[in-house]
Design a protein around this ligand. Structure first.
Ligand code: AMP
Length: 377
């Protein structure tokens, strides 16, 4: 099937056209500055979609799109798998907007733009939270009064689920087992970063929580901090918007080094920059602690998997992390770890207590496959 994959943000619309038969990517692109028509951006998502279809029609050369798959950030407690979109589903996604105020409204605009242009086009919503719907209650509950959950839906949801599900599947295949046989730890380390404990193919714990802010040190997000810091700062005059900006946009690697990019942190540290060196220590130490915790959570991991921009490409960061895992008896194969490759591979030696893998993620492929599967049903 030919699937148009849409990742609709508030001011940008990313797309790919995938052929799920061959796995080929036929087209991809981004329309930016939606709502900024004075600077040449489209007026709205409807306009943005016109640009996308104009681009796509050229490469399709007469072939037609069979279905559209949407990346939807928040599926709340309702959505545990991809669904065919109708009016009721669209409204349900919209009702989840308080949980993802920047993302879900934009996802809904993407869906409505497709409906307006192709009223009969099958559309499928694929949720970032869905893979984590298997979390047991002791993992998703925060230790706060019950009404915060019942009144506001405050609980751990987890994100990056489409990627983690895809990587779990491919890691299991590399180890010669079905996904349901996979018990291990998957670290998705991109500009946003999270780590997930997978037991028998299901997510049983994950480091992102009520929002993507919790957990690891990220490009611009702090990850875990003492919540009292927010109370302290609010008494010092910081507004909610200030704190949001501070912790989501100015923290993490950016806060520690001035740059959000792992490459520059690694390069600066290699050149002797002490701040960058410290940032890498903090980020790798925090990640190693999670790996130890999740090794316990899954009852003994059978694999550790790295994925996404940093996980796939930064041998230096992987080395820093695995070097902290001596207590788990993990050993890197230096040559394999340093090798440049886009194939799923093992980077640990045979002496390692369990394999360390690098498995490239491909969220668009996962969304296209899920969309084709729903439509075929
Ligand atoms: P993503 O969000 O998955 O695109 O990942 C973005 C992150 O991956 C950024 O921090 C990049 O610096 C990092 N990254 C990409 N390529 C490399 C590389 N070759 N070495 C180190 N970090 C990289």
């Amino acid at each position: 099937m030919i699937i148009l994959v849409i990742n609709s943000g508030s001011s940008s619309l990313k797309y790919q056209v995938r052929d799920t038969g061959s796995g080929e990517r036929l087209a991809d692109g981004t329309v930016e500055r939606i709502g900024d028509s004075t600077h040449g951006g489209p007026a709205d998502h409807q306009e943005a979609l016109k640009r996308v279809t104009a681009d796509v029609e050229v490469v399709l050369r007469g072939k037609t799109i069979d279905a559209v798959g949407h990346r939807v950030v928040h599926g709340g407690e309702r959505f545990s798998e991809p669904v065919l979109v109708d009016n009721e589903i669209t409204r349900a996604i919209e009702r989840l907007s308080p949980l993802a105020p920047l993302h879900n409204p934009a996802n809904v605009q993407g869906i409505r733009a497709i409906t307006a242009r192709w009223p009969h086009m099958p559309q499928v919503a694929v949720f970032d939270t869905a893979f984590h719907r298997t979390l047991p209650e002791h993992a998703w509950r925060y230790a706060v009064p019950d009404e915060l959950y019942t009144k506001f839906g405050i609980r751990r949801y987890g994100f990056h689920g489409t990627s983690i599900g895809f990587v779990t599947h491919h890691a299991a295949a590399l180890l010669g087992m079905p996904a349901a046989g996979f018990t291990g730890i998957v670290a998705h380390l991109g500009n946003g970063a999270s780590i997930t404990a997978v037991r028998s193919g299901e997510s049983i714990d994950t480091s992102m929580g009520f929002t993507p802010l919790e957990g690891l040190v990220m490009g611009t997000r702090s990850g875990d901090i003492d919540p009292s810091i927010l109370l302290f700062l609010s008494r010092e005059g910081y507004s909610a918007a200030d704190l949001d900006h501070l912790l989501n946009r100015e923290a993490g690697l950016k806060g520690l080094t001035g740059h959000n990019d792992m490459r520059s942190a690694v390069d600066s540290a290699a050149a002797g920059d002490e701040r960058a060196e410290l940032a890498l220590h903090i980020a790798s130490y925090r990640l190693a602690k999670y790996i130890g915790g999740y090794h316990v959570a899954v009852g003994g991991a059978q694999a550790l998997v790295f994925t996404a921009g940093i996980g796939e490409n930064s041998w230096q960061f992987r080395e820093r992390v695995v070097n902290r895992l001596g207590a788990l008896d993990l050993h890197l194969d230096d040559a394999e770890n340093r090798k440049k490759s886009s194939a799923p591979r093992q980077i640990s030696t045979e002496e390692s207590a369990f394999p360390v893998l690098v498995v490239p993620t491909d969220e668009e492929a996962a969304i296209a496959e899920a969309t084709a599967a729903v439509v075929a049903r």
